[in-house]
Write a protein that binds this ligand. Sequence first.
Ligand SMILES: Cc1ncc(COP(=O)(O)O)c(C=O)c1O
Length: 439
Amino acid sequence: MQESPTSTRELYDRHVIPTYGRFDLRLARGRGCEVWDEDGKRYLDFGAGIAVTSIGHAHPRVVRVLQEQVATLVHTSNLYFTRPQAVLAERLTRLVGAGGKVFFCNSGAEANEALYKLARKFGNEGSGEPKIQNSKFKMQNSAVPRIGIITMLGGFHGRTLAGISATGQEKVKKGFEPMVEGFRHVPFNDIAALTAAVDVPGTVAVLTEPVQGESGIHPASAEFLRTARRLCDERDLLLMFDEVQCGLGRTGEWCGWKSIAPEVMPDAVSWAKGIAGGFPLGAIWVNEREVTLKDGTKKKLCDLLGPGTHGTTFGGTPLVCAGANEVLAVIEEEGMLGNARTIGTHALTVLRAIASPLIHEVRGLGLMLGIELAADFAQRAKVPDGKAPALFLVEKLHEAGLLTIPSGTHAIRWLPALNVQRSDIDEAAAILARVLATL
Ligand SMILES: Cc1ncc(COP(=O)(O)O)c(C=O)c1O
């Protein structure tokens, strides 16, 4: 096919629905933690596709496996068994370490959709018998449909209609009302608010990110996760973790919550982003907890979504699963969890050493790092009226050769590949310090 002579930017302007406010960068290729634009300019990639290219760009082992798989079998439909999906499911359950089963889909929003449907099925078909003898809760809860899912303010769960309903940020809902019913939000890390919310009749599940990503890297407290587990146990609710951004190595653990409260085990988890290093794949893991159904029979939670209840054409193709298997094997064999922990600690140290009045706070876990800008950044740095300070800084960093991700108006994220080197961190920190000094 003949390539159009029109510029990439013009083709987008004419033909791509403008749902994204894109930066004016036309990226053409990548290797490791570096990318190059169409003009050959090099950037240090500390966004990694928003926590997606978890082992960097074009890792030779993944390239080889994908090339072999693409020439062997790309897709069959989920009407049949394929080896790469089976092996990946086994690997993921091993990484969680508590039995259970996995369902494959294509994205984070879609993985969360599977969690919402699991909670609906559990609420509609489960007996809802609480473990505590709290008869008030039991009576109230049996009087209304059990469809209530509690999520967190500031959380983000994706852009589908249920995803924006679950998300605790008004800006994603605007113009798409009414929301899907059943979602209620409480302030993140607010134990009293969660404790009150779980007793609202009809509640069936609690869903939280162990580390809030989109709102600027805010980890849950260990106490909050522990309390959530206890409240869910006492009331027969599901505890579900959205690990789409913080899971599978990003915090330095396979399970992000284990960086915070390793003893807490959720009932279900969603993954996407880094799971296949850049190939589109989402998944959920569900535990083996016994569910008593309304007719008195018992089922494992991980068998509740039975044949015909849920599915997707592309979920877990041999191609994407072969890629994900290799990505996860590379993380394991090349010691990238340890790297995420030690290099993440180094990054926190060098970022905190940038003593700029334009930075309010640096926080993070592993290679999930948030840089909160000073409240008066706009005045100090003379940011043009109407422009968010985070966007302004991200663009200045682009000019200086560093890709980072804005979070809201006043934070930027560093989410480099899990095999990022100390020298890359030092280079990125030097760029940031230099840019801040010019503002
Ligand atoms: C925590 C979390 N959940 C869900 C999603 C949605 O994932 P996707 O964009 O793959 O649908 C995101 C995306 O940023 C996320 O960070």
